[in-house]
Ligand binder design. Sequence first.
Ligand SMILES: [Zn+2]
Length: 273
Amino acid sequence: MQSFYVELLHGLDARRLVELREPTGNDQALFVDRGATPPVRCVSALIDSLVLRIGEHTPVPDELAQLTVGDRERLLLALCSRLLGAETDLVVTCPSCKNIVEVPIRFRDLVSAQPDTSDRRCVLAARDGSWAAEVTLPTGAVLERTLGLGQKSARRLLESCLTALFDAQGQAVAREALPEDCEAELAEKLLALDPLAECRIAVECPHCAASFETLLDGYALLKGAFGSSSALYGDVYRMARAYHWSEAEILALPLAKRAQYLAIAAATGEASG
Ligand SMILES: [Zn+2]
């Protein structure tokens, strides 16, 4: 089986090197046929399916749900890079002049982002004085738990990242007591520890010279790379015609293998019509 390696920023228990297998049509189908499954769950299922080892060790069920949000994004970007090449263009709309702007991105530059700090303690400025907190990073498991909470999900996510909270008098308080005016500062702190959790790209508009930031969403990029349902099943149809394999056999092929077989069939005219 073909595999490749990705270095995580946090990993699990100091194990940071992940071995993944190449995605197949079945993995592609997870995304293109996702129906009402939330993207967070698609990403979790994809990671569970593709990760062969973390460090020397085969992950046990639920273990990969403990990867940080930034490490999940790192795995998605590594997959995008396998499928799209080392560089791709993001297409965004300039908020000032509304023109379409193509932003070239290099995956290697994105995943080289390092945390600004490794200190899990922070001071938060609240209206009544300085609060102190100790934090843990949001994980895939936390994202799944806060799904479907609507407007409350961001708040619940922040609360779940607090391992200790002290008010302006230095008293330990429940995490639910986090003042609302500390939320943005806490979110920035978490991002400084796990920068890929929200990948911001600085853009300068070539039409009007406005500077703005856009968010790079690994899920959306990978979904684009996996293509549409009609493209996937069009491939299955052409493969079945040319080679007489079953759908299950075709979907089990790594994507690069399928492309090779389709190129051979097209060159020999077997897949025409
Ligand atoms: Zn513009």
